[in-house]
Each structure stands twice: as C-alpha cells, then as structure tokens.
Design a protein around this ligand. Structure first.
Ligand code: PEP
Ligand code: MG
Length: 587
C-alpha cells in the first residue's frame, strides 16, 4: 500500500538537462486567466474602485522593487525599461475609464479593466508610429500585473524570487528560461516540451536540471510542495518521504562526482587514438557563458545563437550592442573560431514587440533567414555589428534555415551592401570573413552540392533537420517518441551532407544536440565530421569518446549502422559497440 502511494507521486517525463534538483515548488503561471463579468449591487461598487486603487499601488510597489533589484544585478540601463511601466500606472485616462465603466455598467473591476485594456491594445496595434507601438508591450505587461494583483495571484518573475526554488510550469518559453539564474532556480519541470526545444537546450547551457513533457505535473502540485527533479532519468517526485530525499541527495553527489570524472578531458586535445584530430566547439546563447566555454575546454564557438539578444526587451538591439557582444566573444576566444549565427527569430522564439502576425505553423513560417530577408534593415544592423567586430578575432558568419540558393544569394547581397557601406565610411572589417550556412532544412541537404559552391562551410543543424525530415515538431511532447536522431533517413542525410561538403572542399560541422550524445559522436566521427559543437558542459565527454577510439573503429561502426533498418536497431548496435570500445580502452 505504502509503495502504491509512493508510485502515485512519481511522474515520468523527458530528461533534458542532467543533474538532480531538490527544493520547493514555485508554480510559474502562464497568466492566462479567465475573467468573467459580474453585475454588482450599487453599494458594492465603491469597494471595487478601492480594490482597483489598491491593485495599482501594489503593482507600483512591485515594479519599484524589481527596478531596484535589476539595477543592482544588471545595471541601471536595464532597470530603466520599467520607467515606461510606471508611466502606464499613472495614465489618468486609462484609470478613469476603468472607474467609469465600473460605475456605469455596475460590474466587477477585473472585467472592467480587461475590457479597457483590450480597447487600448487595439488602438496601439493600429498605430504606425513604432515608438507608440512599442508602448503596447509595456501596457500589456503592466496590465498582467494589475490583473494578477486584483485576483490575488502570486507575483511572478525570477528576479522577485527570494529563495531558491524548483520552477513548475505548463510550458516555459525560451524568453522565460533565458531569465533564469542558477542561484535562484534549482531545476524546472514542465508539462509540455521536448528534448530539442530551445527551452531544453537553454537548461543545459545554464546547467539547470530539467525534465519536460510531464503532461500531468502542474495539476498535481501546489506552491511550496517539495519536489525532486531527476534530470538524468526524467523522473519527477512530488513530496517524497525522507528516505527518498536522502537517496536522491546521494544520487546528486554521485552525479557531481561522475561529471568531475570527465574533467581531466577538458584540457586534452580532441584526437582519436590513432591521431586523427577533430574540433570541439561550444554552443552559446549569451557572452556570459564564455567562462564556462573556456573552463570546459572548448576549442571555439561552433554556434552563437544571437537571437537571444533580441528577447526580453521592448526594443531592438542597436548596432553598438551587437558589435560589443561579438567583440567580447571574439577577443575572449582569441585565435579560435567563433561562428556567429545571424538571428534565428521565429519558431519558438518570438519578438512580441514587433507585433508579427500569429502563424499557424511558426516553425515553418517567417523564421530565421526568412525574417531577415523580409526585414533587411534589422538584418543589416546585425551584419554591421558582426563585421565591425571581425577585426578582433576569428569570426565567421552563418545563416540559419537556408532552403535554396536564392535565399543564400539574397543574404550575401545584403552582406555585400553592408561591406560596401563600411568601406565607404572607412570602418575596418575582415574582408575575407568566411560565410557558411546551417544545413537544417532537408532541401538544403539535397542540394548541398549547389550550395557548397557559394559558401565556406556547412554546420548541420540536426535539431531542425530531424523535425523537418521526419515531420515531427521538435517541441511537441506527444510525438517526442518519433523524434529519432538514429532514424536511418537522418543518418543517410548526414552522411551525404558530410561527403558532399568534403568533395567540394568544405569543412563540415554539426551544432545540433546530436553532436553531444556519445553514441552519435562515435558514428559521426566515423562519417568524417570535422567539428562537433554542443553546450559547454558536454565538451569533456565528447573529447572522452573521441580519445577512446581509432578513426578506423569509428568508420566501421558508421558503416555498420548504415546497413541497419530502424533507429532502434541502430541505437542498440552502436551503443553496444561504444560500450565495448570504451571498456576496451580502459584495459
Ligand atoms: C539546429 O537546428 O540543430 C540548431 C543548432 O539550431 P537551433 O537549435 O537554434 O534551431
Ligand atoms: Mg535550427
């Protein structure tokens, strides 16, 4: 009986970021409240108006508190964003309209406020003036806070957390996750999501244990519950008894020791036993990750996801911001390559302040290079920043989501225009800067020979390549079982991209998550991949695999798996070979 009760508290999901987190639950609300209309007796109306005023005062106090915290932790410029929020709170027109509505229609304050907010949103949406349109985001943000306070809901925001917590949410956007701090967030667990969603990838970069795709977790927990996140096995345990907590504390220590076991590989070169060298790079989202990149022994940056610079703000990054960020990365990595991927906005990373129309299939919509070609001025600002920074190190440019030669040529035309402009202004840049593309759309893989003639390198983006080739949404937990990197179709595609790249004289890297999984490292090495790029934490383990085998052994395994018929068979076979090779190496 006891066992049964215990079992009920264990929910199985998808392990996406390793480690064990034990702590109290903090439910991250998606803030989609249902607000209904209530007609009230006349004598109750003054109370509604008082509630409104109190909510405004509370919201103001909260914003001032966040402003103080942000100014302290991130600098005054970041805190100034909230000045606009304070202005909304003082908007007499908005306030009076809500009060008049309550009085006239004799209704509850929440409903009156939501209706007035909606009216303002519509007015701002129609404005041509970009500055005024940007104010919409402030209005919406403050609006959410006021509604939350009216409903007596708990305050949100990672900056407002006073103690370390485990975040539980239906879903977390990459923007939410980007704000997480290891000091405040012990781990997170979500009902939705899958292994290669950007939220999951960020968790690995931030080294926060995480489990996603738990489907039924949020209804099963409340704020303050004790929870264990097992990011190694994908289990979440709610209100565990003491012996289980102790067991996981031991697991946590074991995991940290296991990680330490790899640390001797950090400083060793990535060469096979018979002397074949490969490059191990790191994927980053923010320059703040550089210390971890160096610490884990990466030989460069194989993917800089620059779109994170555009998130969690109400304006676009300026050329100077781009320049300073890339300069910092270039200088820090010295002679090592830094591949700057031009922004990949769209898909699961939205810019709410640009008010882009909602799409039915955002992952197949105006994303990445498509967005940049549609908004050349935004694209040019970034390209200018990259080119200006190119004199400070070994920067390369990489375009995401290229699906055909015309897109590549258009992107290069814009790059040429920017170069011309810099030349005219006598601003220095590396005129030989290499330009490569991500191969992450199946059409690009199939015309790799055509594309190869106009680029300097390929980087295989398996996170997207798999979703587009297998028609499996990478963020949908319901079909996560179909998202198979070992699928023979994927391995054939990868082999063909590498072979074509090599026959055209290009180096071929991989920056998708597949490049960090030991079993695939073995196969990819055998297929001839030149560069592996993954979260910094994965670098030592990749090196370990590379250093445990000869090139010939890996080539044998690659040839063997290409004769097999299903992903399951391929995984079984390659895992067995990997185990034998690594054990053999220990003898
Ligand atoms: C990929 O698609 O494999 C990739 C590395 O890019 P992202 O995960 O940012 O889409
Ligand atoms: Mg991609």
């Amino acid at each position: 009986m006891k066992q049964k009760q215990l079992d009920k508290k264990v929910i199985k999901g998808i392990a996406v970021s390793p480690g064990i987190g034990i702590g109290r639950v903090f439910i991250w609300d998606s803030e989609e409240y249902t607000i209904s209309r209530h007609v009230l007796p006349e004598n109750k109306l003054p109370l509604e108006i008082t509630r409104f005023e109190e909510a405004l005062i509370k919201t103001r106090t909260e914003i001032l508190e966040i402003q103080k915290k942000i100014a302290k932790e991130m600098g005054v410029e970041h805190a100034e964003i909230f000045d606009a929020h304070l202005l909304v709170l003082e908007d007499r027109m908005l306030i009076e309209e809500v009060i008049n509505k309550i009085k006239k229609e004799k209704i509850n304050v929440e409903y009156a406020f939501v209706i007035v907010l909606k009216k303002y949103t519509n007015i701002f949406l129609k404005m041509d003036d970009e500055y005024l349109r940007e104010r919409l985001v402030d209005i919406q943000d403050v609006g959410k806070r006021i509604i939350r306070n009216l409903l007596g809901k708990q305050k949100q925001g990672f900056f407002e957390l006073d103690e370390k917590v485990v975040i539980v949410a239906t879903n977390l956007s990459p923007s939410d996750t980007a704000q997480m701090h290891k000091e405040k967030v012990i781990g997170f667990a979500t009902d939705m999501g899958a292994r290669t969603s950007h939220t999951a990838i960020l968790a690995r970069s931030l080294e926060i244990p995480a489990v996603v795709g738990l489907k039924t977790l949020t209804p099963a927990v409340k704020n303050g519950d004790i929870i264990i996140i097992d990011g190694n096995n994908g289990n979440v345990i709610i209100n565990p008894p003491r012996p289980i907590i102790r067991k996981y504390q031991i697991e946590k220590k074991k995991f940290l020791d296991f990680e330490k076991g790899f640390s001797r590989f950090k400083t060793l070169p990535a060469v096979t036993k018979d002397g074949h060298p490969v490059v191990i790079g790191a994927n980053i989202e923010f320059p703040e990750e550089l210390a971890s990149v160096i610490d884990h022994g990466a030989q460069g940056i194989g993917l800089y996801r620059t779109e994170y610079m555009y998130l969690n703000r109400t304006d676009l990054p300026t050329e100077e911001e781009h320049f300073l960020a890339y300069k910092k990365v270039a200088q820090c990595m010295k002679k090592n390559t830094v591949v700057i991927r031009t922004m990949d906005i769209g898909g699961d990373k939205f810019l709410s302040h640009l008010n882009l129309p909602m799409e039915m299939n955002p992952l197949m919509g105006i994303r990445a290079i498509r967005f940049c070609l549609a908004q050349p001025e935004i694209f040019k600002t970034q390209l200018r920043g990259i080119l200006r920074a190119s004199v400070y190190g070994n920067l390369k440019i990489m375009y995401p989501m290229i699906s055909g030669i015309d897109e590549l040529r258009k992107a290069n035309e814009i790059l040429d225009e920017v170069k011309q402009e810099l030349r005219r202004k006598r601003i220095p840049f590396n005129k030989d800067i290499e330009v490569g593309i991500m191969i992450e759309v199946p059409s690009a893989a199939l015309i790799a020979d055509i594309l190869a003639k106009e680029v300097s390198f390929f980087s295989i983006g398996t996170n997207d390549l798999i979703q587009y080739a297998l028609a499996v949404d990478r963020v949908n937990e319901k079909i996560a079982y179909l998202y198979e990197p070992a699928h023979p179709a994927i391995l054939r595609l990868i082999k063909s991209i590498i072979d074509i790249g090599h026959s055209e004289g290009l180096w071929v890297g991989m920056c998708g998550e597949m490049a960090s999984e030991p079993v695939f490292v073995l196969i990819l090495l055998g297929m001839g991949l030149d560069e592996f790029s993954a979260s910094a934490v994965s670098v030592p383990e990749i090196k370990k695999v590379i250093r445990s085998v000869t090139l010939e052994q890996s080539q044998e395994v690659a040839a063997e798996v290409l004769t097999l018929q299903s992903g399951r068979e391929i995984l079984e076979h390659a895992n067995a070979r990997l185990k034998a090779l690594i054990i053999d190496n220990k003898k």
